[in-house]
Design a protein around this ligand. Sequence first.
Ligand code: IMP
Ligand code: MG
Length: 180
Amino acid sequence: MMQAIERVLISEEDLQKKVQELADCISQQYEGKDPLLITVLKGGFVFAADLFRRITIPASVDFMAVSSYGASSKSSGVVKIIKDLDHPVEGRDVIIIEDILDSGMTLSYLRDMLLQRGVKSLKICTILNKPDRRKADINADYVGFDIPDEFVVGYGLDYAEKYRNLPFVGILKREIYENE
Ligand code: IMP
Ligand code: MG
């Protein structure tokens, strides 16, 4: 797998340190609240599992799977729900856990949907943020790292379903996706 990586952008150690900081922050700010962490599959599951284990207050998890309609690589903003949440979110303090906030089209759709379902509060937590690529009017409340506009894989992020299991975030070699 390492042959496909141009260079490591964020090391495993730096990721784990940051996850601990985010978990401490959430544990403090949600003291006495029992927040619901909603993870968008599949990319968010690695970060969510690490974060969840480090949160020290009672908290629950639920999962959603979505796909964008239309062109495969570009997010259209119209989201199809493949797997909906198991439980109602009305009155809950919800935190959406994401792998990366890119154009923001997917998250902005999800945010509106959850607000319509009557959540009590809604925050967004992403381990990676690509501010240069933003199209939708959305920002995360908790951000791990701002990164440049490069295609990255690892720590849950994939290229064609591969590389999610790398423990670091790396920049994918251009030849991997340009020769297809
Ligand atoms: P958007 O914010 O609606 O554009 O979509 C974000 C989704 O696009 C993320 O959840 C990822 O699945 C995917 N994505 C965006 N940038 C990257 C990247 O650099 N590597 C891998 N997946 C990415
Ligand atoms: Mg993806």
